[in-house]
Design a protein around this ligand. Structure first.
Ligand code: ADP
Ligand code: MG
Length: 403
């Protein structure tokens, strides 16, 4: 382990070089190449993805890199700066390893090995038709901060294997492969937003995604033109999909949709909420209300961006945070403090981002106010006795590919 991901976030290092170096340590030779995929920030649309709804994430400049080389045998071996012990599996065994025997490999290795398994399945390719590979990972995406280091490692793996194994997967297919790996090989019941953002990202743009049709539209965010920066305030509070909160929210959404007689909450509009209130308990109703109103906020955000520019979306971000705090109940005091202190110091808008229960909040801030907001957030954390947050700005960046 050379560097902790959290400090790396503050000062992104050359993770491409680190991946190559790790590869050379492992194999004694140079890699065939390096590939990478970004983490992402979700501008708005939280917990709407698995409800077949809308999201508006963008890829960030923090990336996970993988150095890859081929091997003479039919083995896939993975190693990461996070864990110096390499993990190797016969490619022919991937099909029985996942999902049934996944416990046999360390959790982190289930991400890249799961991608290898899902990519072969997606391409309809036999294990015997591909060469053995060594993959060495290094990253400057902070882990567990809601910036999707998981989609980054999945996207980097899918890009590298697709090229070297000539699987012919397009970016949307690679995103699906990442989700399959995360759902079935890792066992985390996440949606596809993160993988779509990581695979489809573009500089200066967001990905407006319909999670039902997987239709994605690249939307100009215009932060630079509006003189805005996007500040990430990582609380350092660890979230985990393995703990119950995320699964419980998904279950409440499914319950709510069933009670309303729709396939997914995406099929409801704010006009349906009165009827919903009478059909379910208060907790389920508030979970439903968050998803239904959040979907509309995403549509509104896309419209407002086009009509009035990024400076005009602040209220939508603030309303999104309130809905997650009060209706979906996935915020924590550190996230609320970050949002409130950023707004008090003059941010245009702010909200928690990611799955909740920790991780990061984001604030949209005029360039000349970034330092003031950053200082105010740090001071508010100190005054509340919270551990000092890690803060850095992110800019919408390109998606997965060969370096
Ligand atoms: P996040 O919000 O960062 O996506 P997740 O819990 O979804 O948090 O995924 C984080 C997990 O992904 C890590 O605990 C680790 O198992 C795996 N992971 C991410 N990046 C790497 C990496 N560079 N090397 C090894 N494992 C990684
Ligand atoms: Mg993740």
């Amino acid at each position: 382990m050379t560097e902790t991901p959290r400090t790396a976030a503050a000062a992104p290092h050359d993770a491409s070089r680190d991946a190559s170096d790790l590869f050379s340590e492992l194999t004694g030779s140079d890699p065939r190449g390096t590939w990478s995929a970004p983490g992402r920030v979700n501008l708005i649309g939280e917990h709407t993805d698995y409800n077949d709804g809308f999201v508006l994430p963008f890829a960030i400049q923090h990336r996970t890199h993988v150095a890859l080389g081929t091997r003479a045998d039919a083995v896939i071996r993975v190693v990461s700066t996070f864990d110096p012990v390499p993990v190797e599996v016969a490619i022919a065994d991937l099909g029985t390893l996942f999902p049934a025997r996944r416990e046999e490999v360390p959790e982190w290795a289930r991400y890249p090995l799961g991608v290898a398994w899902a990519a072969l399945e997606a391409a309809g390719r036999d294990a015997a038709s591909v060469t053995g590979v060594d993959l060495a990972f290094a990253s400057n995406v902070p882990v567990g901060a809601g910036l999707s280091s998981s989609a980054a490692i999945e996207g980097a793996t899918a890009a590298a294997l697709d090229d070297v194994w000539q699987l012919g997967l397009d970016p949307v297919a690679r995103a699906r492969v990442g989700r399959t790996a995360e759902n079935e090989a890792v066992g985390a019941p996440t949606g596809i937003m993160d993988q779509m953002a990581s695979n489809l990202g573009r500089a200066d743009a967001g990905i407006f995604l319909d999670c039902r049709s997987l239709e994605a539209e690249v939307v100009d965010l215009g932060f630079t033109a509006a003189g805005l920066e996007l500040l990430v305030m990582d609380t350092g509070v660890k979230h985990s999909h393995a703990t119950g909160g995320y699964g419980e929210r998904r279950a409440a959404c499914e319950r709510g949709a069933a009670l309303m007689g729709v396939a997914a909450l995406r099929d409801l509009t704010p006009a349906d909420l009165d009827r919903a209130r009478g059909l379910m308990d208060d907790v389920t109703f508030r979970r439903v209300r968050h998803v239904v109103t959040e979907n509309h906020r995403v549509l509104d955000t896309v419209r407002v961006l086009a009509e009035s520019g990024a400076s005009a979306i602040g209220e939508l971000l603030v309303a999104s945070h309130a809905s997650m705090r009060d209706d979906f109940e996935i915020s924590v005091p550190e996230l609320d403090t970050a949002v409130e202190s950023a707004l008090s110091a003059g941010a245009v808008g702010a909200r928690m981002t990611g799955g909740g229960f920790g991780g990061a909040a984001i604030a949209l801030v005029a360039r000349e106010r970034v330092d003031r907001v950053r200082d105010a957030v740090a001071a508010a954390f100190a005054a509340s006795g919270f551990a000092s947050p890690t803060q850095f700005t992110v800019s919408p960046s390109a998606g997965a590919g060969r370096d």
